[in-house]
Design a binder for this molecule. Structure first.
Ligand code: HBI
Ligand code: FE
Length: 299
């Protein structure tokens, strides 16, 4: 399972990337020519494996975005080429970074419609598990939805919310939970059933199937405050997924809410446990079992 960043991140210390050549905004050159055959081959393996799951499990907007990007199945994408598609679609851009970057720089990029994408790719021995985001997670997981105007607008609003969250006690932790549950591990309800759109799920073979098919986790209807109060686990599949009805719902809930009072009210309180049940939760029914004896394997 790919583990996206555990937020908040304050210093890029102990991370794998080469930060020595990064500009003040933490961007670097992608240096596409420097990827080895092996690195392209790891991309090809991951890409084929996840692409095969999209049609069945991913939100239609993700499928459409992945198609629109037209990434090569056999080579790590060239960011310049991707940017031609993105600028047409939503005027977003991707920028190359060495890996996790400090919160403030990350928020600033998003606020200016730039999504930071890590340049390096995992080794073949770590196909299924990685602590830091790599180019496969960042690209395959996050970039398709940047072609979607509403979701892209939400991402920008998230970046714009950063400075205020950082200035209020507990604010950053609350905002990070919104990112975790809605950007990394979000599910969406469609006419055809539950679908995945979160990047942390989409870049993980095991969790893509688990999040939709397992009867273990609870799936709660998205409620902004509930999400921002809920702790998360970075070491296992999620115990709780929040489900949106549409990206419009997500965008409007956030855009129409002043986060300040929420930070003051809940920022210094203990968070709700990752597997908490509250009486006011709107629990979605678990998936049906096709056959009484069929269980979904966890990995
Ligand atoms: N940096 N490259 C990168 N990617 C992230 O997702 C990221 C980050 N820095 C900080 C961060 N995420 C989170 O801590 C913020 O969303 C709060
Ligand atoms: Fe991520």
């Amino acid at each position: 399972m790919v583990q996206p960043p555990s937020a908040p991140v304050t210093q890029p210390r102990g991370l794998r990337g080469d930060y020595s050549r990064a500009a003040a905004d933490y961007t670097v050159a992608q240096n596409w020519e420097h990827y080895s055959q092996d690195e392209h081959a790891v991309w090809a393996t991951l890409y084929a494996r996840q692409l095969a799951l999209l049609e069945r499990y991913a939100a239609p907007e993700v499928v459409a975005g992945t198609r629109a990007l037209g990434a090569s199945p056999s080579h790590i994408p060239r960011f310049e080429q991707v940017n031609r598609v993105l600028s047409q679609a939503t005027s977003w851009q991707i920028v190359a970074v060495p890996g996790l970057i400090p919160d403030q720089a990350f928020f600033d990029h998003l606020a200016h419609q730039r999504f930071p994408v890590t340049v390096w790719i995992r080794r073949r021995q770590e196909l299924d598990y990685l602590v830091e985001p790599d180019v496969f997670h960042d690209f395959f997981g996050h970039v398709p939805l940047l072609t979607n105007a509403v979701f892209a607008r939400f991402m920008q609003a998230y970046g714009q919310a950063g400075p205020r969250a950082m200035a209020i006690d507990g604010g950053l932790r609350m905002l990070s939970r919104l990112y975790w549950y809605m950007v990394e591990f979000g599910l969406i309800q469609t006419h055809a059933g539950l679908r995945v759109y979160g990047a942390g799920i989409l870049s993980s073979k095991g969790e893509t199937v688990y999040s939709v098919e397992s009867r273990e986790p609870q799936r709660l209807r998205f409620e902004l405050t509930r999400v921002m109060r809920t702790d998360y686990r970075i070491d296992t599949f999620q115990h709780t997924y929040f489900v949106v009805e549409s990206f419009e719902q997500l965008f409007h809930a956030c855009y129409g809410t002043d986060f300040g009072p929420l930070y003051y009210r809940y920022g210094s309180q203990q968070p709700l446990a990752a597997d908490a049940h509250l009486p006011e939760d709107s629990v979605l029914p678990g998936p049906m079992r096709a056959h009484p004896n069929t269980t979904v394997a966890k990995k």
